[in-house]
Design a protein around this ligand. Structure first.
Ligand code: MG
Ligand code: ZN
Length: 224
């Protein structure tokens, strides 16, 4: 596997080995300490493009902002659409990171973004990862928990096909359950695949557009 890390002076090609993985873990640890020192709880929201990461974050922010100081970091290859969709829901600060081609966030990018959050008054940070179920699995960001959002229209085998992502997740949100029948997906498939991969793991069924199940997600994350 190769990772392209662009610096100001150009691009270098790096072979991902144990050293680099240890380095990513170190950088994630630095973020973990950054959050701990400030009393901030941070959550990493992963999932494919269109799974509902932004809708889930928007719904959680709307519900929690009356009582919490919230920062949101939205990661995408390009555009500020997600940040725009979350703003107006009551977060103190919504930041968009454009990775300029990189298909995941890493702890270093997140650390840089953290420097742009307000100095005080935050107790929650939601980080929306770049939409894909593959490489974000290998990059810990230093969040307290990773939420993997899967939508019913991703098919019956989405969990079995992406074991690394679901190994790295702490909670799975099965979204758009209202359209499962319409797209001919039997949701017992992904749920039983997950139970094989991660016995006992919590799965919450949601329809984030209407807010259904969001309260249960908050309870699972000990946010309500
Ligand atoms: Mg999004
Ligand atoms: Zn990637």
């Amino acid at each position: 596997m190769r990772l392209y890390e662009t610096s100001e002076t150009g691009s270098i090609e790096i072979e991902i080995g144990e050293d680099l993985q240890a380095r990513h873990e170190e950088l994630a640890q630095r973020n973990r300490e950054w959050f701990r020192e400030r009393g901030i709880r941070a959550f990493d929201i992963t999932g494919s493009v269109g799974a509902g990461k932004t809708s889930l974050i928007a719904a959680m922010v709307e519900r929690l902002s009356p009582e919490h100081g919230i920062g949101v970091i939205a990661g995408d290859v390009a555009t500020t659409h997600d940040a725009e969709r979350v703003s107006g829901k009551g977060a103190r600060k919504v930041l968009q990171i454009n990775t300029g081609g990189m298909c995941h966030l890493d702890a270093k990018l997140v650390h840089r973004a953290l420097q742009h959050l307000p100095e005080s008054g935050l107790d929650l940070v939601f980080i929306e990862n770049v939409g894909n179920l593959i490489c974000p699995s290998f990059f810990p960001l230093g969040a307290e928990a990773r939420v993997a959002v899967v939508s019913a229209n991703e098919g019956s085998h989405v969990i079995a096909k992406h074991p690394a992502m679901f190994q790295s997740a702490d909670l799975v949100v099965l979204n758009k359950t209202d359209i499962a029948d319409a797209v001919g997906v039997d949701l017992t498939g992904p749920v039983s695949d997950l139970q094989r991969l991660r016995p006992g793991m919590t799965v919450v069924r949601t329809n984030c557009m209407t807010g259904e199940g969001v309260e249960e997600v908050l309870r699972a994350l000990r946010l309500a």
